[in-house]
Design a binder for this molecule. Structure first.
Ligand code: CAA
Length: 385
């Protein structure tokens, strides 16, 4: 067992850390306040190869492994959690299903532009009646005169308002549950495709979260993604990767909260001494640091299982769920303690920890709630009985 990062992983860590410290962190509060999408950052991340981290160079990807990817999302999220999820949803939720289930032509056409960040991608799974129950999809797709015609509404779609390409699931055969679902690739310029309500959120305010509306949206027959009836499996496979991305985002937010708390505890003087001299503060710092380190091991291990192959589906699934569950709940606890260490200053926007706390909260919800992660882990551990 080797806990050392490879040269490439170390390089990605340093590159993303520098970018986060110099470019993301100084502007994160402003983006949080204005809810503006950070186009300038996304453009640069495309140039840095971070919009197609694990995909082969023949599709303009950076050809790295999943641990490098997790490190990239972690470091970027340290600087700006909104940017972290923009990168994660794009890489894990849109590019991944095209890469694993797409045809050669689809990969050439879509990945080449998505990997450079010229196009942004999103993932249309969730609907008003299909949240945790991902198979509850109501959107329909019918083949008419050589075209698929989609009708329905997706909601809570990360990158929804800015995406050029969406992969989305729809019912192609009614009455047979998850076996009647199929994935498709859509472009935002296609007839009948529009962006609906934009959500006003508690945190990750600079990321776009919207509805996608398909109103007799016509797409070419060849834009089916994977096989007819296998959409649910495409969704689950995709989420195994996505959950590692969100776990890495949670880890980055928690690390940012610990760094800020340790610095503040050494500077803030009360009763004639820095508050870091108090055992109550030291214990909080110790617990925060320990839980973050445990999260990091889980996240990198889950990423390593993705690199070793989605082949062992149960293993990739179980460890991705464990990493997301633990890292997101750690991020919640750590950011809560960070506000406590900052006291009144933690509750106001002059310091970043209230934002960290708001940003952390969603990591326990999207790409499967903590309850769904526990369900996946338990069914994986218990097997059939
Ligand atoms: N990979 C591939 N196939 C898988 C799989 C995986 N990880 N997990 C399950 N499957 C397959 C099973 O083999 C089974 O196939 P067969 O029917 O051929 O046997 C099929 O899928 C059904 O499996 P289960 O019976 O285990 O499914 P279930 O209905 O009991 O449980 C669930 C499914 C785990 C609850 C699932 O619905 C789930 O993960 N729900 C949460 C959805 C979610 O995460 N939503 C988040 C939305 S995306 C988002 O937030 C995006 C964003 O913008 C940030």
């Amino acid at each position: 067992m080797d806990f050392k990062l490879t040269e490439e992983q170390q390089m990605v860590k340093e590159m993303c850390r520098k970018f986060a410290d110099n470019e993301l962190a100084p502007k994160a509060a402003e983006y949080d306040k204005t809810h503006a999408f950070p186009w300038e950052h996304v453009k640069k991340l495309g140039e840095m190869g971070m919009m197609g981290v694990v995909y082969p160079e023949e599709y303009n990807g950076a050809g790295m492994d999943y641990v490098s990817y997790a490190i990239a999302v972690e470091e970027l999220s340290r600087g700006c959690a909104s940017t972290g999820v923009i990168v994660s949803a794009h890489n894990s939720l849109c590019l991944s299903p095209i890469f694993y289930f797409g045809t050669d032509d689809q990969k050439k056409k879509y990945l080449s532009k998505l990997c450079t960040g010229e196009w942004i991608g999103c993932f249309g799974l969730t609907e008003p009646s299909a949240g945790s129950d991902a198979a509850g999809t109501k959107t329909t797709a019918e083949l008419k005169n050589g075209k698929w015609v989609l009708n329905g509404t997706k909601n809570f779609i990360t990158n929804g308002g800015v995406a050029n390409v969406a992969v989305a699931i729809a019912v192609t055969e009614k009455g047979i549950g998850h076996k009647g679902l199929t994935f498709f690739i859509l472009e935002n310029t296609m007839k009948g495709y529009s962006v609906g309500k934009s959500e006003d959120k508690l945190g990750i305010c600079a990321s776009s979260t919207t509805e996608l509306i398909f109103d007799n949206c016509e797409i070419p027959e060849e834009n089916i993604l994977g096989k007819k009836g296998e959409g649910f499996k495409v969704a689950m496979h995709t989420l195994d990767g996505g959950r590692v991305g969100i776990a890495a985002q949670a880890l980055g937010i928690a690390q940012a909260a610990l760094d800020a708390s340790a610095k503040y505890a050494k500077e803030r003087v009360q009763f004639n001494a820095p508050i870091a001299k108090n055992q109550a503060i030291q214990w909080m710092i110790a617990d925060m640091a320990t839980e973050i380190e445990a999260s990091r091991l889980l996240v990198y291990q889950a990423a390593q299982f993705l690199t070793e192959g989605h082949g062992d589906r149960r293993k990739a699934s179980r460890y991705a769920a464990m990493a997301k569950l633990f890292a997101s709940e750690t991020s919640h606890r750590v950011t809560h303690k960070a506000i406590q260490i900052f006291g009144g200053y933690g509750y106001v926007k002059d310091y970043p920890v209230e934002r960290f706390s708001r940003d952390a909260r969603i990591t326990e919800i999207y790409e499967g709630t903590s309850e769904i992660q526990r369900l996946v882990i338990a069914s994986n551990v218990l097997g059939d009985y």
